[in-house]
Design a protein around this ligand. Structure first.
Ligand code: IDP
Length: 149
């Protein structure tokens, strides 16, 4: 089963959106297999956003992402990488469809409340930054057969 890395960013935590965001992924039918509440170190932030080093927004992005606690999560499910990106909406909340998480709750590209891996390879790389293999929990959900064939 596919896995992705989702993270409620410091603005999502500060704005009291943890429950609302987690609820969307639960109700969709995805399964939570790992979760931590933590504050990123500068080193973790730079590792996470390594592909953006050198871009004009990079210093501000690192400051933002270490400015408060985040909720780091691993979610599992059918096509969870691409489907969760659709549920999040466009990177710039001003362009995100109204029903998406960013479209519903955010207005600024620098405060877009949630991160989600953009490919299975990114998911694997990002999950390894936040979780040891033993911290991801395999569990059977009795209603799985009602969610996917
Ligand atoms: P994504 O988070 O939708 O995958 P990326 O292009 O990978 O989008 O950018 C990573 C994060 O960097 C964004 O979610 C956003 O927080 C921040 N970011 C991207 N572009 C800008 C920008 O132009 N100004 C400020 N922040 C930006």
């Amino acid at each position: 089963m596919e896995r992705t890395y989702l993270m409620i960013k410091p603005d999502g935590v500060q704005r009291g959106l943890i429950g609302e965001i987690i609820s969307r992924f639960e109700k969709k039918g995805f399964q939570l297999v790992g979760m931590k509440f933590l504050r990123l170190t500068k080193e973790m932030a730079e590792k996470h956003y390594a592909e953006h080093v050198g871009k004009p927004f990079f210093p501000g992005l690192v400051e933002y992402i270490i400015s408060g606690p985040v909720v780091a999560m691993c979610w599992e499910g059918k096509d969870v990488v691409s489907v969760s990106r659709e549920m999040m909406g466009a990177t710039n909340p001003a362009k995100a469809a109204p029903g998406t998480i960013r479209g519903a709750y955010a207005v600024d590209i620098g405060r877009n409340i949630i991160h989600g891996s953009d490919s299975p390879a990114s998911a694997e790389r990002e999950l390894s930054i936040y979780f040891n293999a033993g911290e991801l929990v395999e569990w059977d959900r009795s209603l799985q057969a009602w969610i996917a064939e």
